[in-house]
Design a protein around this ligand. Structure first.
Ligand code: SF4
Ligand code: SF4
Length: 254
């Protein structure tokens, strides 16, 4: 579960920052301090070890405590959840939010990581290269069997471990000066799919990667292959696409 604020901020302060009604907060506080059982405060965090005699004999007792029911926790989480449900408060994962920006006692924003990359154009290119598997089987069909040693499977295997990190994309010179270029990662993905014997979308995929911004725009600089942390060679995948699109064009398929 994400946290709204840093650990070292008390819940009373959270409530103030999310602008809980002051009256509600005071009521939670008052109830917690005044609720007693047999003269013992039970909601202020001090009711930690109580023993009840439940049988006729000396050791027939039950012990329990309510250590977590301190006043400043009571109601605050529920109130916070309600505010989130109403859209008044937004939650951010701890990994995303470094700090809370507070102006005049109110939360006004968050400080996110100082290096945030917008991957939208990168994955738009994947879509442009038709990098989505398009199956033709139905639920009634048996599992497809692809022999691990088959040539097509071996070609697909060479590029299949891509983690979508974008290192190849950001190191490609052609991407830098031709914004339309699909780039090494998207083309590598297309290559794994055209070698997937289960896929039925190859004609459209080959047509998509054969255009001006596709595989033929690659200048074989190899920067992508040098940078890939998964030891994939997008350059080799793109070379395979060049051959395949050429053959498809000669046959009049694209
Ligand atoms: S081989 Fe092609 S895709 Fe890879 S960096 Fe060079 S131009 Fe870009
Ligand atoms: S650098 Fe390698 S792992 Fe990262 S996106 Fe490119 S091909 Fe995939």
């Amino acid at each position: 579960m994400a946290d709204l604020v840093r650990d070292d901020i008390g819940l009373g302060e959270i409530a103030g920052r999310i602008e809980l009604p002051r009256q509600l907060l005071q009521e939670i506080q008052r109830n917690g301090l005044s609720t007693q059982f047999n003269g013992q405060n039970i909601l202020d965090g001090t009711f930690s070890s109580a023993q009840f005699q439940v049988g006729a004999n000396a050791n027939q007792t039950i012990s329990f405590g309510i250590q977590g029911a301190t006043t400043n926790l009571l109601g605050a989480y529920q109130a916070l959840s309600r505010q989130i449900g109403l859209g008044q408060v937004r939650m951010y994962p701890r990994t995303e939010m470094l700090d809370l920006v507070v102006i005049d006692g109110r939360a006004r924003g968050i400080v996110v990581r100082d290096l945030v990359t917008d991957m939208t154009p990168f994955f738009d290119k994947w879509a442009g290269a038709r990098g989505r598997f398009q199956g033709g089987a139905t639920r009634k069909d048996d599992f497809a069997r692809v022999a691990p040693g088959s040539p097509a499977r071996q070609l697909a295997d060479a590029g299949i471990e891509c983690i979508g990190c974008g290192a190849c994309y950001s190191s490609c010179d052609v991407v830098a000066w031709n914004p339309a270029y699909l780039g090494p990662a998207a083309l590598n993905r297309a290559w794994t799919l055209v070698n997937d014997v289960r896929d039925t979308g190859n004609r459209a995929r080959l047509a998509a990667v054969a255009g001006d911004a596709g595989c033929h725009a690659c200048h074989t600089h190899m920067s992508c292959t040098e940078r890939c942390p998964k030891q994939i060679s997008p350059t080799a995948s793109i070379a395979g696409l060049k051959r395949m699109t050429m053959a498809a064009a000669i046959k009049g398929e694209i």
